[in-house]
Ligand binder design. Structure first.
Ligand code: DLL
Length: 433
């Protein structure tokens, strides 16, 4: 199937904008009238819903931040009565107070619809066996993809994370054709399969993966695709705006963000001003349909680039390019900005380097020190000191070329760096401790 909902997905841009305007106006009136939080915020900003006379007028509304959800924990921003809610998801709270998201039946319906469109655009559908290897539970990945895959008529294999050997056996026995998990977990699955003597390319029917929930580079995509012969699609979303929502289509030139459900802006994180299409900035989402927890101009903190031109696949909704990282992921090392995704891009281009790496940051006296611990492949690992020294020099040089900063490189044996089942922890910044 080409499109799950062609009427919406291929809607002329002018009609899409008209629809967005209508939905935005309804949303703004609703929250102004029924939410004390929004009413107060809008009053403080000198804003009245009558001020929305075009889509661009959205910029007259104040931004929202994760802090607003945390300050109103657990449910201060939830606008539905509890008996209208059919589900909660809760963030892990590793970086602060957790955030709670409530869903009405219709919110779950729309979330699932968003994924049904997305998975269809990646060529997944009826007849596919989709292994959902994201965590089930408070995290949105497992249940979100489960519902999305069922909606399109795929057969779901709800393995969740962990027990990797069993995952691979089931993949073979039940003929998994598509898998959804974090890219780092899939790299682990690849490694375990190899140890078991299973070739994903030749001994399974796997042909597609939807990988996200953490940053991953185009170089990692290439590694995965080359090693396994599958197509690796990016999937994006955050719990605050429902969970996983958007994927790339088969063209693989950006992630389609459904304009009838979300209004997407990209802003300069410093000034809050809009940046042009093609320029990097922070993503800001306004939810046009979400009922229980509507969000207006919510600053997600993720950095990306928007392309509003219709895609080669025929879909007219805007696309966002690979997420570079979060504004708060950025490390400042001796005054220079470093994104872990830049490190990944460099490393994944060096054949001797394996799939696992981490960054350690320390402060020695007044100086920031960054160490990149790099696991080598079995082939890349040599017991000749001379070879290792040469390789270390090469890795350092390539990192310096991209990062503009010297990093200490620590080459380690295959299997040294802890594997992740969910989101990989790539950075340990001891300066903060
Ligand atoms: O990670 C939802 C999700 C589940 C997305 C499964 C994709 C697949 P949170 O736990 O709230 O929700 O984390 C959201 O993860 O703000 C990004 O920083 C990061 N993230 C999610 N997808 C990607 C991606 C889920 N494709 C946070 N690339 C977001 C880079 C991603 N980062």
């Amino acid at each position: 199937m080409r499109c799950w909902d062609p009427r919406i997905e291929e809607m002329p841009v002018a009609d899409l904008r008209k629809l967005q305007f209508k939905l935005l106006k309804t949303l703004v009136y609703r929250v102004y009238s029924f939410s004390s939080f929004y009413h107060k915020r809008m009053k403080e900003a000198g804003f009245h819903p009558d001020d929305i006379n075009s889509l661009e007028d959205i910029t007259r509304l104040p931004f929202m931040h994760k802090k607003d959800l945390r300050d109103t924990y657990p449910d201060g921003l939830i606008m539905s009565e509890q008996e209208e809610l059919v589900r909660y998801h809760v963030s892990s709270g590793t970086t602060g107070k957790p955030t709670v998201v409530g869903y009405t039946k219709n919110d779950i319906y729309n979330w699932t619809e968003s994924l049904a469109r997305a998975l269809t655009s990646a060529g997944i559908g009826r007849g596919d066996v989709m292994q959902v290897s994201y965590g089930y539970g408070l995290f949105t990945g497992g249940l979100g993809l489960h519902y999305g895959a069922e909606r399109i008529g795929a057969t779901v294999l709800p393995t969740s994370v962990g027990n990797t050997e069993r995952q691979i056996e089931l993949m073979q026995d039940l003929g998994t054709t598509a898998i959804a998990c974090t890219p780092s977990y899939f790299l682990h699955i690849m490694e375990v399969a190899e140890k078991m003597g299973v070739s994903i390319k030749n001994d399974t029917l796997l042909r597609a993966g939807v990988f996200g929930a953490e940053p991953w580079s185009l170089e990692t995509r290439k590694r995965i695709e080359d090693a396994t012969g599958i197509k690796a699609y990016d999937i994006y979303g955050t719990s605050e705006i429902s969970g996983p929502l958007f994927t790339e289509c088969y063209v693989q030139k950006g992630i389609h963000v459904w304009g009838d459900m979300f209004l997407t802006e990209v802003i300069d994180p410093k000034t809050g001003e809009a940046v042009e299409d093609g320029e990097r900035g922070e993503l800001v989402f306004t939810t046009l349909h979400k009922y229980a927890l509507p969000l207006i101009r919510y600053r997600i903190g993720d950095l990306s680039i928007m392309d509003s031109e219709p895609c080669d696949c025929g879909r007219t909704h805007p696309r966002i390019m690979k997420i570079l990282g979060r504004t708060d992921d950025m490390l400042i090392i001796r005054g220079i900005n470093v994104f872990p995704s830049q490190v990944e891009s460099v490393l994944m281009n060096i054949p001797e380097v394996g799939d696992h790496w981490e960054i350690l940051v320390d402060r020695k006296g007044p100086l920031d020190m960054m160490t990149v611990r790099v696991e080598l492949t079995e082939r890349g690992f040599s017991d000749k000191i001379g070879d290792l020294m040469k390789l270390k020099k090469k890795v350092s040089k390539e990192l310096k070329g991209v990062l503009n900063i010297a990093a200490e490189v620590d080459l380690v044996e295959p299997g040294t760096i802890p594997r992740s089942m969910g989101k990989a922890k790539r950075v340990t910044d001891n300066r903060k401790v």
